[in-house]
Design a protein around this ligand. Sequence first.
Ligand SMILES: [Zn+2]
Length: 322
Amino acid sequence: MRQTRITRPLATLEAVVTEWLPSYVLGGKRTTQQAMKIERRSQRWPGATACWAVPLGGDMKLVDLTRPLDAADMDRLPPFMKGRHGVIVPEIEFHHPAGKGADAVCAVFGCTREDLPDGEGWGAESLHFNSHIGTHVDAPLHYGSKCEGKPARTISDIALDELFVDGFVLDLRDKAAPGEAIAVDVLKTAIQENGAEITRGAAVMLRTGQERFEVSDAGFYAYPGMSREGTLYLASTGAKILGTDALGWDRPFPVIRRTFQETKDRSTIWDGHFAGRDKEVFIVQQMYGLEQLPPHGFKVGFFPMRLVKCSAAPARVVAFLP
Ligand SMILES: [Zn+2]
């Protein structure tokens, strides 16, 4: 009878550990074999480079710019959003340590709850949501299959160093109207008021004032949006990451729909996003807590889940303030 070995030989385990632990922790250099493995990973996901350590100053302050994903928000949605929660509220099936988690552990190890410490197993969750849920990074594939005439990049094609950049906040609170596109002149004025020169590859984040609203408020869904002209103008400043505190980058979908139905003008359909086919940008929606940031003078990291071939991924977005 053929036997299957289920334990991993120690030598292999050591190799796994030394490959994955940062070299500064181990105090040694990567072996040629490890370097080759890393190279193979970079070939499989082009643009995804191995990053081992980011030196941070001792007085660095971290600011979380990520909207919490709370399954309990499902009951807080206004009636007109029921059943349309995919990019707003996650569906989470909780496996509590004293409930389904205990059942799972008993099934896996062939034991009973009496065999478990305090009668509890593990906590775990099953998740269901759209890749564009909450604070997330859009990859160029979201805007179409081609970007700047080339195959559009997916979220796993984007390198970490493209997502750790200088941050700039444009305060548009008294300049932007719900449901309307933010004009280029308004953006120009806000950049002047910011007072700093936008650097190449930077993140420009629009504070439209949506921080006033929760998912239960109608105002959460009636946000100021961006047009094609506004999007291309921001991209022309050198910014690569375009963030907003609004639910969406474009004007609200019902507004776009009504405009198109009335005018039959194709150029009004999702034009803020579609502009990303002509100039590669990474759009980040549902940013949270922008009021905690100064206008400029800080770094911000947008680190999406590494979802291969996907058009977006939820991210933990963090500002690093000196
Ligand atoms: Zn998106």
